[in-house]
Write a protein that binds this ligand. Sequence first.
Ligand code: ATP
Length: 247
Amino acid sequence: MSTTAIRIEDVNKIYKASDGREVQALTHIDLNVKKSEFISIIGPSGCGKSTLLRILANLDTPSSGSITWEKSADNIGFVFQDATLLPWKTVYQNAKFPLEVKKIETKENMENLDKLLELAGLKGFEKAYPRELSGGMRQRVAIVRALSYNPDVLLMDEPFGALDALTRDKMGIELLRIWTETKKTILFVTHSISEAAFLSDRVIVMSPRPGKIDEIIDINLPHPRTVEMKETIEFVNYVKKLREVLG
Ligand SMILES: Nc1ncnc2c1ncn2[C@@H]1O[C@H](COP(=O)(O)OP(=O)(O)OP(=O)(O)O)[C@@H](O)[C@H]1O
């Protein structure tokens, strides 16, 4: 039986806009995220996807409701749309930066970092600088960096949004490979219905603001997932269903 990694209960978020107006960004969000589950979150612009991720990352607080972590709320990795690498540091230095900051450059962590760089196809590029990398490679460094301290949960906010369609497809496959190897719990925000269907165990569909969960769709496609699967009736039907729910 799968255990719960994060329990989100009746989370609401109201922002105070600069003109004094109140903006209800999230309303009654209830969700049990299972351990090692891949969840995507889709919904129209402004429905609160990033807000939910920011609250989970402890970068913001809910106005009401609660979030309960199976382990520690500190044990999370965050990947944003832009890789946000430090331009003056090499691939290796960027990837190990959190270990340096947290002062946990142990033998085990350094070995794990080497494994992750290999898994992400970055072996041989350790000494390269971000400006010498493609967008996809930069994003892979950001993913390795987020995984370097072995977080249980990875929060990803449109991580492939700035990539071209082909690179984006490849990155999806890479991410699934890393996910299968590392068994992380992943929450993944995307604007792409097809990407959500392809990557996920479950897709959370949110309604327009004030964001609430409209529907949760289980994606029962086998693993490992391949690009060819996108041509199957099952996959096309999932995409159709998600599009219908989004309205
Ligand atoms: N710091 C803030 N102060 C006031 N309002 C905010 C703040 N952050 C977000 N909002 C509002 O909350 C709502 C949800 O924003 P959020 O960025 O979470 O949406 P989103 O679904 O991630 O959007 P997108 O898909 O466009 O990235 C929006 O109406 C936004 O204007």
